[in-house]
Design a protein around this ligand. Structure first.
Ligand code: AMP
Length: 279
């Protein structure tokens, strides 16, 4: 595995690795790698000829006052895990490499970037779309892999790719969970043991809504709220049943995605599940 820190070195390395018919897979991450990230890396490894993972804690996707400074940074462990998973190139740029002096352009994805996560985290999805656009231009992947844990992020990236005609296929993988159902997240490292127990309420809310709502989105929302507001140490942000593409009202008879966000202590957690069928 080669560790690459600059855009020019990356271009040079990938020019040598890229050949007709060889597919390049990209897994964008912010590091503190866990099994959720590794599932994406394994998928890229299995389906592509060249596997690139980026590790970059992207400052522009954090709103002021969020956890940018204290976000876990574990480069040594991440590089060992990436190497063991068969990554060919780990792109680990410093901030100036992703935002050169004078960089001012932002990619806004419209309404989809302003609702739910976008409403609670102003500027978040513009930061995500901007950094993903730059990564796509630097790596020029055939396939980019994203986790369904961040479902609205997947929708935002798909919207951007369609609107700006990026020549890349977006592939997704299901949410990887701990044994008690909590979705793996780099931010779980912030949780105390008792917060960690409280955090499982997100998973419980989603699974109870699935099993008790009879497929009715309105009942599903009520069940999620009931489960989450019963937790004294959890502050509910939203618990909604939405259309999985646009994140607005579900279409009658169409698929429904359950999305939840809550704070446990100072830690903001999100999760989601389809109301019916494959979770
Ligand atoms: P992050 O490092 O949190 O920005 O995540 C990098 C990628 O890993 C994103 O596409 C996430 O959706 C994905 N990811 C994070 N957690 C999980 C998980 N528990 N299961 C599956 N994918 C995940």
């Amino acid at each position: 595995m080669r560790v690459v820190r600059t855009a020019s070195e990356l271009a040079e390395m990938l020019a040598a690795a890229r050949a007709p018919g060889r597919r390049v897979g990209l897994v964008p991450t912010m590091g503190a790698l866990h099994e959720g990230h590794l599932a994406l890396i394994r998928a890229a490894r299995a389906e592509c000829d060249v596997c690139v993972v980026s590790i970059f804690v992207n400052p522009t996707q954090f709103a002021p006052g969020e956890d940018y400074e204290r976000y876990p940074r574990r480069e040594g462990d991440d590089l060992r895990a990436a190497r063991a998973a068969g990554v060919d190139f780990a792109f680990v740029p410093p901030v100036e490499e992703m935002y050169p002096p004078g960089a001012a352009t932002r990619v806004h994805v419209g309404e989809l970037g302003e609702i739910l996560e976008g409403a609670s985290r102003p500027g978040h999805f513009a930061g995500v779309a901007t950094v993903v656009a730059r990564l796509f231009n630097l790596v020029r992947p055939d396939v980019a892999y994203f986790g369904r844990k961040d479902a609205q992020q997947v929708a935002v990236v798909r919207r951007m790719v369609a609107d700006l005609a990026f020549p890349v296929t977006i592939a997704t993988r299901p949410t990887v969970r701990d044994r008690d159902g909590l979705a793996l997240s780099s931010r779980n490292a912030y949780l105390s043991p008792s917060e960690r127990r409280t955090a499982t309420a997100l998973y419980r809310a989603l699974t109870e809504a699935r099993s008790r709502s009879g497929g009715d989105p309105v009942r599903a929302e009520a069940i999620m709220r009931e489960v989450l507001t019963a937790e004294p140490n959890l502050q509910l942000d939203y618990a909604r049943a939405v259309d999985p593409d646009g994140f607005g009202e579900p279409r009658p008879g169409g698929p429904v995605l359950l999305v939840v966000a809550a704070c446990v202590g100072r830690t903001r957690l999100i999760d989601n599940m389809m109301l019916e069928g494959e979770p």
